[in-house]
Design a protein. Sequence first.
Length: 289
Amino acid sequence: MWPWLWSDPIGNFVQAFTNMAKFRWEREVLYMGRFIPSTELPWHYILVWISITTPLLYLALFVAGVLATLRRIMSRGIQLWKSDEELQDVVFLGLFAAPIAAVILLQSVLYDGWRQMYFVYPAVLLLALHGWVTLWSGTSVPKIRRSLLGMITAVSLLHTAAWMWQAHPFQNVYFNVLAGKNLRTRYELDYWGLANRKALEYLVANDQSDVINVRADSFTALDMAFTMIDARDRQRLRYSDDRSLPQYVFTNYRLVKDPDDSKYARDYDLFYQIRVDGEVILSVYRHRV
C-alpha cells in the first residue's frame, strides 16, 4: 500500500523514517502562548495537543482502556495475551504508543497541532471503546453505573454533534475546555486558512467595486482561496502588498506575535470576522478612505 517501498522495502523505509524523524521545517510554532522553533518543541507538545483537541469523554475512556489493557498484559506475564481479542487491544495500544514515543524520543519536527499524527486517532478511539466496554461489562457492575455511563455517553455524543453542526464548515477549529479561553494568543487556530474562502465570498458580495485590493497580514494562503470562488468574482480581486492602495487586510493570526487588533484602529475599520465557539479565527479590516 506504500509504492515508495516497492523498489527497496527496507532501504526506502529507513530513508523515509530518517527524513520524517528530523523533517526540514524550521518555522516557529505557537504553543502555550510562546513562539517556539519547530526544532525545539518540548516533549509534551504532542500529548498536550491531543488532550486539548479531543472530547473529554473520549479522553477519559481512552485512559480507562489503556489502564485495562496494561493491567491485563501484566496479569498474563510473558504470554501477554490469551485470545485474539486481547491481541487486538495490545496491537491498538502499540499503534498509539509507538508513534508517540518515537516523536518524543527523536525530538521530531512537528507543525501546528498534531496533524502529522492524526493517524493514531483510530487507535485512540478503539482503546476508548475498550474502556467503555470495560466499565459497562461484568456481572458485578451496578445498574446505576451502567445507567450513568449510558447517559454521559449520549450527552457527550449529542453535544459534539451539535457543536459540529454549529461550527460547520470550521469543525477543524475544535478545542475542549482544557484549552481554556483566548486561544488565539496561545495556540494556532485556523492555520490552514480555510476561513479565507468564506471571507472572500462575503467581501465580493458586499463590495461592488470593479477592483478589490486585498492582502494578508498573517501567514495564510489567501491567494489559494481565490481559486475556490466564482470565476467572475475572482476577476475583481487583486492581491497586493502595496499598503498605499485602498484595500482589505486579512489575518488568521498565524505566526502573528502581536494578535492585538488595536493596531488597525488608526487606518482601518473591522469589516468582517469569523468566530468559532466564541474564538476569532479570521478578521478582515477595510482601509478607511
